[in-house]
Design a binder for this molecule. Structure first.
Ligand code: 3UK
Length: 542
């Protein structure tokens, strides 16, 4: 039995059996952690112990700024509210919901200090999705930004385990701020085990029930100590900014935990659409940017007269970074984007590269602490240059909450991400497509993202998505959905020009035989193209 400091052993009892875990590699010297650790204390008390207590930890875009000591004290007070007012016990699941803000960060640390488990939900989720998550995680409590209260209220009647909901970002007498103000500044954080669950992150699943991925206190710190240290290489004077929600582990790591682990500061933006992100960058001069490929492209396309000069490092993840977008951003800002593939299951980035070692079109090489392989259908390693299934191992890995799909993601001790990749002779990993997104047309295997990358090189194309459409003769054909830049017509001449352009850029048989012009593309809140929706449209001949 795994030892635990949780009195509510819900999480431990629903971990996959040890034999179904991926192999964990903890042999880097910095990953030899003590048997007991609380990742919130490790980060906040750690910074204060290093003499960084008076540095700015978090700030908002409207002038609020808290030092490490402020954030430590406020999260202590909120932890007391959780324990003393709400009766939160170690191991309870606490739903956390809000746009990115300093208060959201304070609540995250408070929940973790109380030994409870954070279940953060994306701001745009509706009652139905919140209900599924609350029930799957059997959440007992919720902390919710008052401005996002409505959908949670709608969900509540269908969430029998949810005993209480407190609002933050409010002056109300019963709100988190008012209750916390009456509490002493100290709190003895629960002395959790390194293998106690600290958070359950839900996948932004496109179909079926969402999957809860469990991450230990050690996983959180290991993620902070691998990719950020070796590939990002930020410094305490850096100011981090970006778009992914803290409920998405890309955002949690990149916008909160990674800066705080090194004594840097996190500028949290509530509405991070490309236009507003550009404003924030010009006005508040952050130095490290995290966002998705489409957001880089959108920002670059409206860059005229805007000021990006504060930026030093830019990170892209969530989807493949097309070479055209990398080039556009470099031409605009002079910065080589750091690409990285991560997943909710792995917690954060596991293949990437430092900004002085870039290969356009490739994601990178395994992050120190991780190893990767390309496996065939039955799990045998493939030689360089062959496309197969990406498999990874490292200090973090997939542990689904009570879910038979564990055996889809973890096979023979490897985390199988569901991506088709190749590894070239020099060890660079090159993304092809999601394994179930490969287009098979007249016997050829065609990766949609490769066709998209080619289309994006054409000056008329703002955005595009490429999927398979049914075709009597060929079984499937390549179909492109294209958003044109202003001033271009979606007519037969443009279609011919785009097709000729693709044929001249990549192997001609990959060209889109059908092109549909649309005003926008369906995307998730995390910036990912919803290919299944495009496939549905293609199926219906739209
Ligand atoms: C795809 C990429 C090519 C890939 C994530 C960084 O995206 C994250 O987590 P999700 O669970 O999705 C995982 C899947 O997204 N993907 C992500 N990054 C890249 N494909 N190049 C990339 N750079 O299919 C992967 O399997 O939503 C990313 C950190 C934390 C994360 N959770």
């Amino acid at each position: 039995m795994i030892p635990t400091a949780h009195t509510d052993t819900f999480a431990r009892d629903r971990l996959p059996p040890r034999g179904d875990w991926p192999e964990l590699i903890l042999d880097l010297p910095e990953l030899r952690y003590p048997e007991r650790m609380n990742c919130a204390t490790e980060i906040l008390a750690g910074a204060i112990a290093r003499g960084q207590g008076d540095r700015v930890a978090v700030r908002s875009t409207d002038g609020l700024s808290w030092t490490y000591r402020d954030l430590d004290v406020l999260s202590n007070r909120i932890a007391r509210v959780l324990v003393e007012n709400l009766g939160v016990a170690p191991g309870n699941r606490v739903l956390l919901r809000g746009p990115n803000s300093p208060m959201m960060a304070a609540c995250w640390f408070a929940i973790v200090k109380a030994g409870a488990i954070v279940v953060a939900t994306m701001p745009l989720l509706r009652a139905k999705e919140l209900t599924d998550i609350a029930n799957k995680a059997q959440a007992s409590h919720a902390l919710c930004d008052a401005r996002l209260a409505v959908e949670l209220d709608l969900a509540r009647p269908a969430c029998p385990t949810l005993r209480s909901v407190l609002h933050f970002q409010t002056d109300a007498a019963g709100g988190v701020e008012a209750l916390a103000a009456g509490k002493p500044a100290s709190f003895d954080a629960v002395h959790t085990y390194a293998e106690d669950t600290a958070l359950i992150a839900f996948t932004s699943g496109t179909t079926g029930q969402p999957k809860g991925t469990m991450h230990f206190h050690r996983d959180v710190i290991a993620a902070c100590d691998c990719w950020p240290k070796y590939h990002l290489r930020a410094v305490p004077d850096d100011v981090f900014v970006g778009s992914p929600p803290l409920a998405f582990t890309f955002g949690l790591g990149g916008l909160l935990l990674f800066p705080l682990r090194i004594g840097a500061s996190a500028l949290l933006v509530e509405r991070p659409a490309p236009e507003s992100l550009i404003d924030v960058i010009g006005r508040l001069r952050p130095t490290v940017l995290f966002t998705a490929p489409t957001s880089y492209r959108a920002m670059a396309l409206q860059a005229a007269g805007r000021d990006f000069s504060s930026l030093r490092k830019c990170v892209s993840a969530g989807e493949a970074l097309p070479a055209a977008t990398r080039k556009l951003w470099k031409d605009t800002t002079g910065i080589d984007i750091i690409d990285g593939i991560g997943s909710t299951e792995m917690l954060h980035i596991f293949i990437s590269h430092p900004d002085d070692d870039v290969k356009p079109g490739a994601t990178g090489k395994p992050v120190p602490g991780y190893r990767a392989a390309i496996l065939d259908e039955v799990g045998r390693p493939l030689p360089p240059g062959k496309v197969g299934r990406l498999a990874v191992q490292g200090p973090t890995g997939c542990k689904y909450l009570d879910d038979p799909r564990q055996s889809n993601y973890v096979q023979d001790g490897w985390n199988m991400t569901g991506d088709a990749y190749l590894c070239d002779e020099e060890g660079w990993y090159v993304y092809q497509a999601r394994t179930d997104d490969m287009i098979v047309s007249a016997g050829y295997n065609i990766a949609g993202p490769e066709v998209e990358s080619a289309l994006l090189l054409h000056p008329a194309v703002a955005e595009c998505g490429v999927v398979a459409a049914p075709d009597e003769e060929r079984g499937m054909i390549v179909k492109a959905y294209v958003v044109l830049k202003p001033g271009h017509e979606g007519d037969a001449a443009t279609t011919r020009a785009l097709q000729d352009h693709v044929k001249a850029t990549i192997a001609p048989y990959k060209y889109p035989r059908a092109i549909e012009y649309v005003g926008s593309l369906p995307r998730t809140e995390t910036g990912k193209l919803q290919r299944f929706r495009l496939r549905q449209m293609a199926q219906e001949g739209r």
